[in-house]
Design a protein around this ligand. Structure first.
Ligand code: PXL
Length: 276
């Protein structure tokens, strides 16, 4: 396998098994040299914890990027997740533009919303900036809530294929290239992903576990990025990431004290085996 270097930009939630504490181990396990740029440092993630601390690192970004430029540090891929401020998104776009190697890929998870609502701390101004990053990226991984905020189409909890196709059409009209839409479910017992590539939509359906777990979007996007950068097709990487995420949820289900994240670490050998 080729040794590639990926930069991932997202927050450090010190406790809570999401964002960088998930992305760094998963990308490393995938065999990639993983460079991190923390967008913010929080004591915990914002889903279900009260009184979390939040240090925005927006103002550190230009100097970090300038130093990397001076050192001729560049990347085969940039993968972004939860970002700390609307202003930061311009810096992130500049980093992608100036520090990417020729042929590098940009992967954007617009981690800002779920279940029909924006995460605590985000507003419409943030969504407007996120649109610029999303529509300039090579591959995006929104969930249905994020796709509805990005397109302005109504959020629907139950829907048919027409709604999903309308989301893809609008995303593509606005400039999206390849889209992996997560959490697409037409039946109560299954869920899955819909992959839009070169104008065609393909589905990967798998069982739905009856527990909602935090951080699974980050597990999914990280596993996808690892598999894709190791040469899998977009669709294969989307399937591998889905199977790994299901295994992580299964490995956590039943532990009522562990609802803040998934126990993804013991299942890493499965992911490594699938990627190899
Ligand atoms: O998993 C997405 C995520 C990442 N980082 C922080 C979050 C969330 C989701 O709520 O709060 C800080």
């Amino acid at each position: 396998m080729e040794y590639k270097r990926i930069l991932t930009i997202q927050d450090i939630s010190c406790f809570g098994q999401c964002s960088l504490t998930v992305a760094l181990p998963i990308l490393s396990a995938a065999g990639l040299e993983t460079v991190i740029l923390p967008s913010a440092v929080l004591s915990t993630h914002t889903g279900g914890f009260k009184n979390f601390t939040f240090r925005d690192l927006t103002d550190d970004m230009p100097a970090i990027a300038a130093h990397w430029k001076q050192e001729n540090i560049s990347f085969d891929a940039v993968y972004t997740g939860y970002l700390g401020s609307a202003k930061q998104i311009n810096y992130v776009m500049d980093i992608i533009k100036t520090l990417s190697r020729p042929g590098a890929v940009s992967i954007v998870d617009p981690a800002m919303a779920d279940n029909g609502r924006l995460y605590t701390g985000f507003d419409q101004a943030f969504v407007e900036e996120m649109k610029k990053l999303v529509y300039s990226a090579d591959i995006i991984l929104p969930n249905i809530t994020e796709a509805s905020f990005l397109t302005g189409l109504e959020y629907k909890e139950t829907y048919t294929e027409e709604y999903i196709e309308a989301l893809f059409r609008k995303l593509a009209e606005n400039g999206a290239k390849t889209v992996i839409l997560t959490g697409v479910s037409y039946k109560p017992e299954t869920t899955g992903v819909a992959v839009y590539e070169n104008g065609a939509v393909n589905y990967y359906e798998h069982k739905r576990l009856p527990v909602g777990s935090h951080g699974t979007g980050d597990v999914y996007a990280s596993a996808f990025s690892g598999a894709y950068l190791q040469g899998r097709s977009v669709f294969d990487a989307a399937c591998i990431a889905a199977d790994y995420t299901v295994k992580c949820i299964e490995n956590t289900a039943g532990d009522e004290n562990h609802r803040y994240g998934v126990k993804f670490e013991p299942v890493l050998p499965y992911l490594i085996e699938r990627i190899r």
